[in-house]
Write a protein that binds this ligand. Structure first.
Ligand code: SF4
Length: 323
C-alpha cells in the first residue's frame, strides 16, 4: 500500500530533531496500520528515538490518543488532514497523499458531468482538485472548489461529519476518491446528487442514498415508544459535544422520558449492552448512528432524528448531523 501514497517522513524527522524528542507517539488509521511497524522502524533508525505505536482507535483527526501523548514528547498521526479548530499540543498530522492519477477516471466520466459542478474530495486526493478543475475547464465545465468552515483544512475537503466545503451554489457534486462513505454523507447533507469518480478502481458510480434513508426511517419508527434513553457523549477530543448532550437530556425530560448521559471513548454494542434503554441518541461521531449502528441493543439516533421522534421537528425538516 505504501508505494501508492506520499508520506513526508523527512518532515517527521525534522520535527523530532527540532523538538529534541526522545519518545515519539505514532497513530495510524486502520487502512495504514499494516505499515506501522515499518514506519516506526524507519523513524527510530533515522533519529534514534523510541517510538510508541497507539493500538487504540484512530478514526480521524478528531481521535487523538491523548493517553499516549502523556507518555510521548511528540506525536504523529498519519493519514488524516488536521482539523484546524482542534489544537492538541505536540501533535502533528502527516497526510498520505495518493499518487494514483485521477485524470483517467475523469476522462471516463466527462460526458456525464454537467456544465457547473462542485468538486469535493478527501485528504488522500484533495491535492488533485485544481488539476481536475483545469481539465474540466478545458472541456467547458466549471468545477467549483469551495472553502469549508473552521473544521476543514483545505478547499474542497469533506470529512464524514462535515460537508461545508460542498459549494452551496451547485446542483450536483463530483467526488474524487475511494469508497462511498464521504459521497453518501454529502448526498444526504445537501440532498443533491453526488457522482463518485474512484481513481483507484477507475469506476464512476452514485452512492445508495435511498437505502440509508430507509434505515434511518426504521430507526426513528422503532424509537417512537421509547421511555428511557441514553445520550452518548464521546471523550474523543474532536467528537465531544457535551453541551448538546445536556440539551438533549433536558428535552427528553420535558417530554416525560428518563434520560441518562453515557460518556465513552469507543462506542460499541458490547459497551452499551448492559444498559436497559429503549433508544440511544449519539452526540459522538455522527456516522456511528448512520453507518455503524448495526448490532446495538436499541436503535441509535442522531440528535436531529431524536427531535423528530419527540415531535420537536418535522420529518421534512430533517438535516444530516454534522459537527
Ligand atoms: S467525527 Fe467521525 S466523521 Fe468526523 S472526522 Fe471524526 S471519525 Fe471522521
Amino acid at each position: 500500500m505504501l508505494e501508492e501514497y506520499d508520506f513526508d517522513l523527512s518532515h517527521v524527522t525534522s520535527l523530532i530533531k527540532e523538538k529534541h524528542a526522545k519518545v515519539v507517539g505514532l497513530q495510524f488509521p486502520d487502512g495504514f496500520r499494516r505499515e506501522a511497524l515499518r514506519i516506526s522502524g524507519e523513524i527510530s533508525q533515522n533519529t534514534g528515538v523510541r517510538c510508541v505505536i497507539s493500538a487504540n482507535s484512530c478514526f480521524g483527526a478528531c481521535d487523538v490518543d491523548t493517553g499516549l501523548l502523556k507518555s510521548a514528547d511528540i506525536m504523529f498521526q498519519f493519514g488524516h488532514a488536521e482539523i484546524p479548530n482542534i489544537t492538541v499540543a505536540d501533535t502533528h498530522f502527516i497526510e498520505a497523499r495518493s499518487l494514483t492519477p485521477v485524470l483517467p477516471v475523469i476522462k471516463q466520466a466527462i460526458s456525464e458531468i454537467p456544465d457547473h459542478i462542485g468538486l469535493i474530495s478527501t485528504a488522500q486526493f484533495v491535492h488533485t482538485l485544481t488539476d481536475v478543475q483545469k481539465y474540466l475547464a478545458d472541456h467547458g465545465i466549471t468545477g467549483v472548489i469551495h472553502h469549508g468552515d473552521k473544521r476543514i483544512a483545505y478547499p474542497g475537503l469533506v470529512l464524514g461529519c462535515n460537508f461545508s466545503a460542498a459549494a452551496p451554489n451547485c446542483d450536483e457534486y463530483l467526488y474524487i476518491g475511494t469508497g462511498d462513505f464521504h459521497a453518501l454523507g454529502v448526498a444526504l447533507a445537501t440532498k443533491k446528487p453526488v457522482r463518485i469518480v474512484d481513481p483507484v478502481i477507475e469506476e464512476v458510480r452514485m452512492p445508495d442514498v435511498d437505502r440509508m434513508l430507509r434505515k434511518r426511517c426504521a430507526a426513528i419508527e422503532r424509537s417512537l415508544d421509547a421511555q428511557a434513553i441514553g445520550v452518548i457523549v464521546s471523550t474523543k477530543i474532536g467528537q465531544c459535544r457535551k453541551e448538546l448532550a445536556f440539551d438533549l437530556c433536558a428535552m427528553a425530560e420535558a417530554h416525560g422520558m428518563n434520560a441518562h448521559i453515557l460518556m465513552m471513548d469507543l462506542v460499541t454494542p458490547d459497551a452499551l449492552r448492559a444498559f436497559n434503554l429503549d433508544a440511544f441518541v449519539n452526540t459522538a461521531c455522527p456516522r456511528i448512528a448512520t453507518d455503524g449502528s448495526a448490532g446495538f441493543p436499541a436503535p441509535m439516533l442522531t440528535p436531529v432524528e431524536f427531535e423528530v421522534v419527540i415531535g420537536e421537528r418535522r420529518w421534512n425538516d430533517m438535516v444530516f448531523d454534522e459537527i
